[in-house]
Design a binder for this molecule. Sequence first.
Ligand code: AMP
Ligand code: MG
Length: 701
Amino acid sequence: MSRFDTFVVVDWSGGNDRGPTAKKDAIWACIARDGQVEGPVYQRNRQVAEDWLRDLVETEIAAGRRLLIGFDFPFGYSAGFCRALTGNDDPLALWDWIESRIEDAPKGNNRFDLAGEINRRIGNGRGPFWGNGLRRDIDGLPRNKANYANDFAERRACETLAKGSFSCWQLSGAGAVGSQVLMGVPVLARLRRQFSETVAVWPFEPLDTPVALVEIWPGLINPAVKQAEANGELRDAAQVRLLVRALSRLDPATLGELLAVDAPEEGWIMGLGHEERLMKAASTPIAPPPLRNDCFALPAGVAWTPVEDALDMLRTRLRPVTRTETIPLQDASGRVLAQDVIAARSNPPLPNSAVDGYGFAGGALEGPHVLPLIEGRAAAGVPFDGIVPAGHAIRILTGAAVPGGVDTVILEEDVTCDGRQIAFRGPLKSGANTRKAGEDVVAGDVALRAGREITAVDLALMSAVGVAHVPVRKRLRVAVLSTGDELVEPGEAVAAEQIFDANRPMLLSMARAFGFDPVDLGRVADDREALRDQLDAAAKSADVILTSGGASAGDEDHVSALLQQAGAMQEWRIAIKPGRPLALGLWHGVPVFGLPGNPVAAMVCTLVFARPAMSLLAGAAWREPQGFDVPAAFEKRKKPGRREYLRARMRDGRAEVFASEGSGRISGLSWADGLVEIGDGARHIRPGDTVRFIPYGGFGL
Ligand code: AMP
Ligand code: MG
């Protein structure tokens, strides 16, 4: 049974609480559900992580999903250790043995004491554990390997094959894993006990229950992690993200192969010997899952669906359809962030001066002061290396790292200086005119969230926090197609009964303004076969299709007829004016917005429905149009129960509307600067009543 719905990778830690903001060397976890990798989660301590794991197991079991959780610490010790300590060879009995003796709290634990106790019991106080990381001595636990002795193998069998792995006997020092085992095993032992029927531990137990706990090691995909680090991602976050991505992308047969090992006592590192396959899986972008056929279905039996209900349905059913890629920062403007961007560096990285002036050790300085100046100065990019003695001052410039011995800077305009000393009058607060390290952004913090459309100012932020490459979505390709026998290309000869195609240039330009890639599919006559061919072509070259015209139920309404035949069409009867008819559907899995032919209605439906829907398809956040409540300069009566949009503009602080509401009056669109939105319930708007004005810019134009 090596098919799992959800994969989780946890980067464990043996240390103490790491504080509320995301940092390295804490616990990091990352989830992949149905192949979709979520953002890495920072856990400040083991207590938080244990609660999180328990909730996760409960949720996944309740949802009937199989779950594989990988932890990056050994599940067993070298052969013989188990028996020496507990009297039998069962590594899970050793888990319980350790669990019953480890005491753990956010600010301290007894792991070194327990290691000392074990060494005294079975190793004459000289091993197998070593690396006391505390200030106080611990009886039986050597600080280093000077007087060390170990009756057991220094490495487990799997570790002799894993280049760069550490011995589980080493409790301190960079990269040491020994403390993680002692502090991780108790948490897993409790999970096992609490979910005894559902949790199995690999490779000691058969994986025939819904939850598998598995030993993994990010060292197996180190080149991929290094690459992500070079792109500015925090190492711990990159490890869990890439490893969970790799695991979730292995097909069940391969996964089964990786899990088929025989290591009943020491355990094993999953994927060892299959590094290339893991690396490949870690770097394969996966196509997002297709949209569901019923994603545009409106509630049955409702004559006219309110706009808000229709929008809610789009909001809950649509998902990103674009793949991700990583591109250089300077190319990222206008693209959608595919993952959270984590600050690789604090801004500012060091405490520095906010002004040109003189630095010294402060304190609430009252009254007059004279301080001798020391030689040298601190400037931006050219720090002063020494320590400024107490009672002395140093010349310092804006952006300079604050030298040792300095915590306060006085503005040069506020002192008199003769070249040897400065004189000034207090009060001056300690810390004045300095910027603290990380006062803007702390390394490890989320600088920008996935789904954000990257702007020029975001490029400044990402640069400042050391991010040079950005994970983004490919641009959404939006195909635009006009339908109708009457249409002629602007500039071409036109018969009296024909009209120029006004919608296509407008819709292509709107798609570009929204940040998408417009794809011009031209015009099609009212001919079903020709339209079918065009839609087939569009489904190959685009992520979403906008058509205009032919969307209602008449003889020549071929868009709705074809979508209907394809079995994935919904006639949208929305309580909106202008806006009918609207046909939504999927053509070979590609969403189609069948917009009305009337240019005003095509425009309003695009702004109200297609734009927020396309935002989600593009991987961006849902977009509410940004409007303002303003007094009306007009009078209007309307039917309650439907929402109306009027072409409008602001004059003298009031919204005035275009004289005609005719849906073919294109000139009104240009006359206007935006739309007035009149709520479903309104009946009678009088001059001075409050109405909502949404400038075109509020719709992203
Ligand atoms: P239909 O939705 O196809 O019934 O078209 C409704 C109205 O919009 C008709 O008057 C069409 O001539 C007009 N129309 C359709 N497509 C366009 C277009 N691309 N440009 C300008 N007007 C159009
Ligand atoms: Mg038509």
